[in-house]
Design a protein around this ligand. Structure first.
Ligand SMILES: [Zn+2]
Length: 433
């Protein structure tokens, strides 16, 4: 399906720029592609060269396909022959009319990322990350996972014939370890909940064993996160070349919100949109360094020097003591003009309630990390009329709850079993009255 777009890809379609102000090296994709700056090991920014991609008109977004790889012209991969795909992306944008009514929102939309091949939007990042790795000749992958990255790395590694290893924290869910192993991936669990110390191990392993670091943070792999941009392109396509006025995003390391902002800027640069939506970033009460950083307008240096000390949340997928992608976000925030970006924290209890509300009102069982966005809308709506100004509000439902049912539903009781000669009418009646 993507082959029809391969002809649109140009030899020189992206630039990599070192983010270190003292280095400022620039690489084209005609050179050997680095993951971090080969001169100084600093993170790289990838810029798609839009006068090449710009030959695509708005009609490109009116043509539907069945995978995120429709958007190859906007992604930093050279050759479509290297695509490793499980059919990720092309997820539904569903109107949430029941929940919208509860939350007093005119037009609430849910981007349902739970139906991706391993159950989360991370598949978009890893599909791109492993395709780039394949293009560069890698055969091994290593990554840090606090949530869904592990399963995705293992599944796409299986697909690409890579050996893979995931380093996971002590609060990592058992179901997620089992899922990784099922795909033939390997797991090392460390008695630590610090992203920073786990990432240090991943970096060492990556260098020692020539394994691509598929961490979904632009500090260590400039490519993977660009896969998440396709969420926004799809929304643009699904709303018939418009965007919502407000996008609500769960935040851990900050890669997802940054990728979505980057995609907005790309559409703006191509003159496909005139205004960038507003954003609300959501984090758990027990670990919210990113929200603090945007509220206090901290610099990346200040954020990276002060890891969150006491992580206290069940939502491990969002529990980043250091939001690794804050520097990317910080750079984009300066470029996005006229968009209001705010943050809110929600408690685990509010999130659990929101998870149940979403399941009951819309039939979608998402993991707690995703339910934070519903908890946030509920909380904002209860305290102000702030949301009534928005015509279209879109939440990103990042991952399914089904993979870890035991943990996600541990407070739901199991009803007793009846004998087979039960008084069925009496038993059934209360459920329908
Ligand atoms: Zn450099």
């Amino acid at each position: 399906m993507y082959n029809s777009h391969a002809r649109l890809v140009f030899a020189l379609k992206f630039l990599m720029k070192c983010t270190n102000p003292k280095c400022k090296a620039v690489f084209t994709d005609e050179e050997k592609t680095p993951f971090t700056c080969p001169n100084c090991d600093s993170p790289l920014n990838i810029n798609i060269i839009h006068d090449k991609v710009g030959k695509i008109g708005l009609d490109f977004f009116r043509e539907r396909t069945s995978s995120m790889w429709k958007f190859l012209p906007f992604l930093p991969l050279r050759n479509a022959a290297n695509i490793v795909t499980l059919g990720e992306g092309s997820t539904p944008l569903l109107p949430a009319s029941n929940l919208g009514k509860d939350l007093k929102l005119k037009n609430l939309l849910m981007k349902n990322e739970t139906i991706n091949p391993t159950g989360s939007y991370i598949d978009r990042q890893i599909s791109l990350g492993i395709s780039v790795a394949k293009e560069l000749g890698f055969q091994k992958a290593i990554s840090l996972s606090t949530g869904n990255v592990g399963a995705s790395v293992a599944a796409y590694s299986a697909r690409a014939g890579f050996k893979s290893l995931c380093v996971v924290p002590s609060n990592y869910k058992a179901g997620k370890i089992q899922q990784i192993k099922l795909y033939g991936g390997n797991v090392i669990q460390i008695k630590s909940n610090s992203e920073k110390s786990l990432m240090d191990l991943v970096i060492k392993g990556s260098k020692a064993f020539n394994a691509v670091n598929l961490a979904t943070t632009s500090l260590y792999n400039a490519f993977t996160n660009h896969g998440a941009k396709t969420i926004l392109y799809e929304i643009f396509e699904q709303l018939e070349t418009e965007l919502p006025d407000l996008i609500v995003v769960p935040v851990g390391g900050g890669a997802l919100i940054s990728a979505i902002m980057q995609a907005c800027l790309e559409l703006k640069e191509l003159n496909f949109i005139s205004e960038v939506p507003d954003f609300i970033a959501v984090q758990p009460e027990g670990c919210h360094p990113f929200i603090d950083a945007i509220t206090m307008n901290l610099t990346p240096e200040e954020v990276y020097a002060n890891a969150w000390k006491n992580v206290k949340t069940e939502i491990s997928a969002l529990a980043y003591d250091i939001p690794f992608d804050y520097s990317w976000f910080y750079m984009l925030k300066k470029q996005v003009k006229g968009s209001k970006i705010s943050g809110i924290v929600v408690s685990d209890a509010e999130t659990r309630a929101a998870q149940k509300l979403l399941s009951k009102r819309e039939g979608l069982f998402v993991e707690m990390a995703s339910a934070t966005v519903i908890a946030a809308l509920k909380k904002i709506g209860a305290n102000s009329n702030e949301l009534s100004q928005f015509n279209k509000v879109c939440v990103i439902l990042t991952g399914t709850g089904i993979l870890d049912v035991d943990q996600e539903t541990k407070d739901i009781s199991i009803p007793p079993a009846y004998p087979d000669n039960l008084d069925w009418e009496k038993v059934m009646k209360p459920y329908f009255s």
